[in-house]
Design a protein around this ligand. Structure first.
Ligand SMILES: CC(C)(COP(=O)(O)OP(=O)(O)OC[C@H]1O[C@@H](n2cnc3c(N)ncnc32)[C@H](O)[C@@H]1OP(=O)(O)O)[C@@H](O)C(=O)NCCC(=O)NCCS
Length: 151
């Protein structure tokens, strides 16, 4: 499978929103992605492009020397084929090139697949927020990565 990772544009909005909606129980409204693309200078938004089809997406915020992964998903038809790892690696590497030293994210306690992926990059649990997710009161695990390697 040959795909490229490129900056998200407004033309990707429909496909990105579709991935978000099937991937999360609390998806973002389309206007939130639009805001990230047009009005948030801290935003770093990438997509995985497979022959014009968006099969992965990430929104991250570069705040001083930290890259915060805000939302991140692979299209359900393309799971477990390395897309997530490549997209995360690209996001971290690019942020590092812009001066990021650390990374941070929140993940549902029950989302062990994502947690496992983050651990492979060196993320470790750095805190918990009980009842953080308002749809089912699930706990958020806070994970952080010190010494961003960009690997
Ligand atoms: C988490 C997610 C982005 C991973 O994307 P992906 O493209 O399937 O990931 P990859 O194929 O690169 O796999 C990355 C790692 O995830 C884990 N993983 C992926 N699929 C898995 C599965 N079915 N079972 C267990 N672990 C799995 C493995 O640790 C894997 O590493 P490995 O290939 O070395 O074993 C994807 O599952 C997803 O979009 N989930 C829904 C949205 C979500 O939870 N986003 C994260 C929010 S914090």
């Amino acid at each position: 499978m040959s795909y490229s990772i490129r900056k998200m544009t407004l033309a990707d909005l429909e496909q990105v929103v579709a991935i978000d909606q099937v991937s999360f129980s609390l998806p973002w409204p389309a206007r939130s992605f639009q805001f990230e693309l047009t009005d948030n200078p801290a935003s770093r938004c990438w997509v995985v492009d497979l022959d014009g089809r968006v099969v992965g997406m990430v929104v991250a915020w570069l705040i001083v020397d930290e890259i915060h992964i805000a939302t991140f998903a692979t299209h359900p038809d393309f799971l477990n084929q390395g897309i997530g790892k490549n997209l995360l690696a690209h996001t971290l590497k690019s942020a590092k090139e812009e001066g990021a030293l650390t990374s941070f994210l929140e993940v549902r306690e029950g989302n062990t697949v994502a947690q496992e992926m983050y651990r492979k990059f060196g993320f470790v649990e750095s805190g918990r927020r009980e009842g953080y997710y308002r749809d089912n009161d699930e706990t958020a695990i806070l994970m952080s990565l010190k010494n961003l390697s960009g690997e």
